[in-house]
Design a protein around this ligand. Structure first.
Ligand code: ADP
Ligand code: MG
Length: 701
């Protein structure tokens, strides 16, 4: 499609393009008589993609110069072996800020809108914002504002600002609901540049490359199918569809374990032990033995009665054969690796086909399984933790195990944990959809490496009302290589994940520690009906207080000024002698401090301004300067717990800086006091800031 045809598409969609004429031969004065000067001459033809590079654009022409310029251009192009099929002569738009607006199809997430500084700057600056289509009007406003060059749009050095509303309207026309992106056979679509000026926007160049394979927005799968080899068996549709009820996955009546050995204990034997310890009714599947590790055995899955969940831990080549016998068992987990992630997609396709044929939903392959204290489901030793409200879906079994163990140590209690490995059948998106309506779950953590169903994930994230915390592995080139050898997944541009989080309200974290920390925040404070706004930090004075302000700034949580009316009251309480009172608010906290001072300060402040979040930090080390008595610190924790009780509309979060200086056991006592009062505890201001900022996105119901 030539430029003038792409522009016609835009014009019909309501986008302003320059007035112009298209001529097959050389333009005559009569052809351009109706156009206002100055004029732009552009050649079009096969192979003419980057016109400027080929010398196929000339600006600033008078009507009388066009004919001669055209014959010169035609000759110059011919000299380079390019045949001009014709010319577009159009009016030259007034100068302004040149922007690029485009739509590309991401292999996992589908159509993505891109906007940034365009024209000659586009390549050099790479200053662009991305959003998944369809965008909302809020997204359309956020995109130009997010550019490093946003100041150019607002006006600079005496130049007026551009018509931002017109930019927003253009972005909606291209990427909004019902926009051009839905009608294009993407490929690639790009307006570069669109010239933004105080009077509006004009699209002066447009390029449209339909998808090479002819896939269209309406009939192409938004996400790639699981890898299928040409010789693999045809795969029927999943039996339960997208509305699967995963209750039995997490709370099966009984489980079967395939692959445990009577001679050489392996993963299967380990799981038999885990299940017995958890009190889960379990049966082993073994070709000869009547009993494995003290568990009764049957010959095949087909003989396992009353079982809702089968765990398969046999070599990859034999998995499909086993899964084919799982008829009547709603869920089958394939623990074994050696499939798509190991460069054997045909084996994975065969496995999926076997599961579909048997009518069982497949978890994995290459995954650890399910953990649910309520349902006695487990993949770890050391007993079940307490049932709780936090769910986790992870593409890494190892990471899930760590989050469960470390999280429980830090006070998390889980509702449902599922590892999905290669996610050949059951995907994170499908689980998230179900968890959103699971009465037991109040917040969800996701660890992903391969957004196999990126578009479905986007839709599930957009639909859920639960807070979701997203940790994505492989966002760096280095991490991608690590992930590629891990689940066989490829993670797209890191900016897409940020866009996904911004568009859906999910919190994107960068470490396992923050994943646990933010989930702990939602567990502690999730059911509180917050009334206030903003964040107040209180604690001892000094550099830590200054650094706190920086940490919250980095996390994107502003510290709002103290209400002026309370300053007198605070001075009466003895604060701010010889210094200004500000946020962070410096309050003496230590072994000789009065434990009730902070609660009194909070009561005074929140009477005038009900803050959404209060972060109370202590220097644990200072409490043990004169001895090892724990009482002053515990007394302060109890006083804060009292304050949290008295301020139900404010979330209080405790930061125990330098907690390693406390005598053994004291930190746990502090955590227990805080947990009983529904306050999360962090060891660092940075961790607290990330969690409080995440909480800000779910501040009020
Ligand atoms: P290319 O194929 O090289 O991208 P363009 O059509 O974008 O060719 O033209 C190159 C540059 O010329 C644009 O970036 C823009 O600065 C300018 N330009 C092109 N057409 C017009 C026009 N109608 N009005 C004003 N400037 C134009
Ligand atoms: Mg261009």
């Amino acid at each position: 499609m030539f430029e003038y045809q792409a522009k016609e598409l835009l014009r019909r969609a309501g986008v302003t393009v320059p007035r112009g004429v298209v001529v097959a031969g050389d333009p005559t004065p009569a052809d351009v008589a109706g156009l206002d000067e100055p004029l732009v001459l552009k050649a079009f033809g096969a192979g003419l993609v980057h016109k400027s590079d080929a010398g196929a654009v000339e600006l600033g022409l008078r009507r009388s110069q066009v004919a001669e310029a055209a014959s010169r251009m035609r000759a110059a192009l011919a000299g380079r072996g390019v045949t001009a099929a014709g010319f577009l002569v159009e009016e030259q738009a007034a100068a302004g800020v040149e922007l690029i607006v485009g739509v590309v199809r991401d292999p996992a997430f589908g159509p993505v809108l891109l906007a940034g500084l365009g024209g000659v700057w586009a390549e050099a600056l790479r200053d662009t914002a991305v959003r998944l289509c369809p965008i909302s009007e809020a997204d359309a406003r956020a995109m130009p504002a997010a550019l490093r060059g946003a100041a150019l749009l607002r006006g600079y050095r005496g130049r007026p600002g551009v018509d931002v509303d017109a930019v927003v309207k253009l972005l909606m026309t291209v990427g909004g609901p019902g926009g051009l992106w839905e009608r294009l056979e993407l490929g690639e679509f790009e307006i570069n540049p669109v010239i933004a000026a105080p009077s509006g926007v004009v699209a002066v160049d447009a390029r449209y490359l339909p998808a090479a394979d002819g896939a269209t927005a309406s009939d192409a799968p938004a996400t790639p199918e699981p890898p299928t080899a040409s010789d693999a068996p045809a795969t029927p549709e999943p039996p339960a569809g997208s509305g699967a009820d995963f209750s039995a996955l997490f709370e099966p009546r009984a489980v079967a374990v395939v692959g445990a050995s009577t001679t050489r204990p392996n993963f299967g034997n380990m799981f038999l032990d885990f299940y017995r310890a958890a009190g889960m009714p379990v049966v082993a599947v073994h070709p000869e033995a009547d009993e494995v590790s003290g568990v009764p055995a049957v010959r095949s899955l087909a003989e396992a009665a009353g079982v809702d969940y089968a765990l398969v831990a046999v070599p990859a080549e034999r998995c499909a054969g086993v899964v084919r016998q799982a008829t009547g068992i709603p869920y089958t987990q394939v623990m074994s690796g050696g499939f798509g992630e190991a460069g054997r997609p045909e084996l994975e396709a065969e496995l999926l086909a076997a599961a579909r044929a048997a009518g069982t939903r497949l978890l994995g392959p290459n995954c650890m399984g399910v953990y649910c204290p309520r349902g006695r489901q487990t993949f770890t030793g050391g007993g079940l933790g307490p049932p709780g409200t936090i769910a986790l879906v992870s593409q890494s079994g190892g990471l899930a195990g760590e989050v469960v163990k470390v999280g429980e140590r830090r006070g998390l209690a889980f509702s449902r944990v599922a590892t999905v490995g290669n996610a050949a059948d059951v995907t994170p998106a499908e689980l998230l959809r179900w968890l959103s309506h699971d009465g037991e779950t109040r917040a969800v953590g996701l660890y992903l490496e391969d957004p196999r169903d990126g578009r479905a994930l986007y839709e599930a994230l957009a639909a859920t009302t639960l807070p979701v915390v997203l940790l994505v592995g492989g966002r760096s080139a280095q991490g991608r290589r690590a992930a590629a050898s891990h689940t066989g997944g490829l993670v797209s541009d890191g900016r897409i994940w940020r866009a996904l989080a911004e568009q859906t309200g999910a919190t994107l974290v960068t470490s396992q520690d923050d994943l646990i920390g933010v989930l702990a925040f939602f567990q502690a404070h999730g059911s509180r009906a917050v009334t206030g706004e903003g964040v107040l930090v209180v604690g001892p004075s000094g550099g830590a207080s200054v650094l706190a302000a920086d940490a919250f700034d980095r996390a994107g949580a502003g510290l709002d000024p103290l209400p002026g009316e309370v300053l007198g009251e605070l001075r009466e309480l003895g604060l701010g002698a010889g210094s200004t009172l500000a946020n962070p608010l410096e309050v003496p906290v230590g072994p000789r401090g009065r434990p009730e001072l902070v609660p009194r300060v909070l009561a005074a402040v929140t009477r005038h301004r009900p803050y959404r979040d209060v972060v109370a930090h202590v220097n644990v080390q200072s409490f043990f300067t004169y001895g090892t008595a724990a009482e002053p610190l515990l007394g302060y924790a109890r006083a804060l717990a009292g304050a949290q009780h008295d301020l139900p509309g404010t979330r209080i979060t405790l930061v125990t800086r330098n907690a390693e200086c406390a005598p053994a056991g004291v930190e746990d006592e502090v955590r227990a006091i805080a947990a009983a009062a529904g306050m999360p505890v962090y060891r660092s201001m940075e961790a607290a800031a990330v969690a409080v900022a995440a909480g800000g996105r779910h501040g009020t119901a």
